[in-house]
Design a protein around this ligand. Structure first.
Ligand code: FAD
Length: 485
């Protein structure tokens, strides 16, 4: 990817419009700045002057992990980005050494894995992305402005722009023409309804209902904090345990403590009950850390009824000139930390499609671009979607169509997650897949299949896989075999 739009001599189009300036919109806009003479980003909120939660992104109060795949794409789009974040207080961490994670009744092994990533708040991440994007001279921001509809040509085969309305003004609806419209307006996206009104079918939706809720609060990281970890997560064993919790370090020497529960077993927003919820987790470590820590905010809650995927790739006809990204396309259960990283992977896919478009068509012809994009992005979404939903389907209460093979995947991943407590090689591959760096097929490498079979037949190293929180391995652990794939 080019790092500066000025190096792109021939543009694919003169004007692209992006609806929404949150994660998906900012990353897509950065990509579009390499391909369009002008990019206009339209946002209904007024972006805050400092990193703060805003109305359009209320989930900003809650812990937001950025997976390594997401970090990698952002680093390509904005070189030096995470160095800047760390200089401002974001926390770099080794994915195994610095993270204590209790899942499936065992703590994951802890050793220096060499896989590092960055902890920061959602607001801090988004604020810095907007700051970096605004340095691109061909990117323009229209703030406090609602997109209210799409414009199309007379025979409705092309989207030709958007209708918009300035907030706080009585003025009539305005029109803004564009060669390409990118919908990054999040879960409330209206593109499917808008294209239906133009005479097209709505995309099919896959819904997995989980009735989940979060409660989060910021704390001051205690001055006398001397543990050998930076972040700690406790997931009760599903399907009996519906609760999870975590401590995540962020800029400003703070922690975000986030807890969650499925199917009405929600974490509360009152002081004592929040602590009681932490205490009720299978391990008491979060409670022990926060019971005397200094809270900095109220407790914020958020309900997440369902993961939803919209299948634009299945539509037999679609108007040209409209692309959908981010939560508007697919909204994931947040506990797997996938949403923002998938936004980044979608931006990368859009970049690939725009480059291919330029090779195969005349400049300024975007015919077929969106079909290519929806086809190419669908397998990108398949893997995180399958990983998240197959875990959610462990709960009998989960509503949705269980794909074939779900039970086998659940059995296999349960063995794997136990193995991650003792086998560094398996843990590294698991972390790579979890972080969307590798396809989940690497978890079916013969070495790993053999370990899983041995484990399931009872050759379990329970000494190491005990409920005792593991101390850090002193030396760097080498993986057991070269199973790169
Ligand atoms: C509680 C919670 C915790 C989460 N934790 C994680 C995590 O740990 N890791 C992770 O990767 N993801 C996490 N996610 C998911 C992540 O928040 C989303 O995937 C991500 O915000 C999607 O970005 P987006 O830009 O697609 O949509 P959004 O962030 O929803 O933004 C949409 C934007 O569009 C604007 N907008 C909407 N309609 C219009 C309109 N008509 N005109 C103009 N502007 C409009 C809105 O104001 C907003 O700015 C979490 C989500 C929740 C709910």
């Amino acid at each position: 990817m080019a790092t500066n739009s000025t190096v792109e001599a021939n543009f694919t189009g003169s004007h692209a419009v992006v609806i929404g300036s949150s994660m998906a919109g900012l990353l897509a806009s950065r990509v579009l700045s390499d391909h369009f003479e002008k990019v206009t980003v339209i946002e209904r909120d007024r972006p805050p002057e400092t990193p703060q939660v805003r109305q359009g992104v209320p989930q900003g109060h809650h812990a937001h992990l950025l997976l390594m795949a997401g970090e990698s794409v952002i680093s390509q789009l904005f070189p030096g980005f995470f160095d800047e974040l760390q200089a401002g207080g974001a926390i770099s961490a080794d994915a195994s050494k610095d993270v204590c994670w209790f899942q499936f009744g065992v703590w994951k092994a802890r050793f220096k894995s060499g896989f590092t990533f960055c902890f920061q708040s959602r607001t801090y991440l988004e604020w810095h992305l907007r700051r970096r994007l605004s340095a691109y001279s061909n990117v323009h921001f229209l703030e406090e402005c609602d997109v209210t509809g799409l414009l199309s040509n007379r025979d409705r085969t092309h989207i030709t722009g958007v209708q918009l309305k300035q907030r706080n003004r009585q003025q009539a609806v305005e029109e803004l023409e564009a060669d390409l419209v990118v919908d990054a307006s999040g879960q409330g996206s209206k593109t499917s309804r808008w294209i239906e009104a133009l005479g097209y079918q709505k995309p099919e939706e896959t819904t997995v209902a989980i009735d989940f809720a979060y409660a989060s609060r910021r704390y001051k990281c205690p001055q006398n904090f001397q543990e050998d970890w930076k972040s700690l997560s406790i997931y009760n064993k599903s399907p009996f345990g519906k609760r999870i919790g975590g401590i995540f370090p962020i800029e400003g020497s703070q922690w975000i403590v986030t807890m969650g529960g499925y199917f009405g077993d929600y974490p509360p927003n009152t002081e004592k009950e929040f602590l009681d919820f932490a205490h009720s987790l299978e391990m008491p470590h979060i409670y022990e850390q926060i019971k005397d820590a200094e809270p900095l905010t109220p407790i914020y809650t958020y309900k997440f009824p369902a993961s939803i995927r919209r299948h634009y790739e299945r539509l037999s006809s679609l108007p040209e000139g409209i692309v959908v990204v981010g939560d508007a396309l697919c909204r994931f259960n947040p506990i797997y930390g996938q949403g923002m990283s998938v936004c980044a992977l979608e931006a990368k896919t859009l970049d690939t499609c725009l480059r291919e478009q330029r090779q195969h068509r005349d400049n300024r012809d975007i015919t077929g671009l969106n079909r290519q994009y929806f086809q190419q992005v669908s397998p990108v979404i398949d893997i995180p979607w399958m990983m998240a939903t197959s875990e959610d389907f462990r709960f009998p209460q989960t509503q949705g169509k269980r794909p074939l093979g779900t039970r086998f995947l659940q059995w296999y991943s349960a063995q794997l997650m136990e193995l991650c407590s003792t086998n560094p090689t398996v843990l590294i591959r698991f972390l790579e897949v979890l972080n969307l760096l590798k396809k989940n097929t690497v978890l079916f490498h013969p070495y790993i299949v053999l370990q899983v079979l041995k484990w399931s037949l009872g050759f379990k190293d329970f000494n190491k896989a005990s409920a005792e929180r593991p101390r850090l391995e002193e030396t760097e652990v080498k993986v057991a075999a070269d199973i790169s794939g």
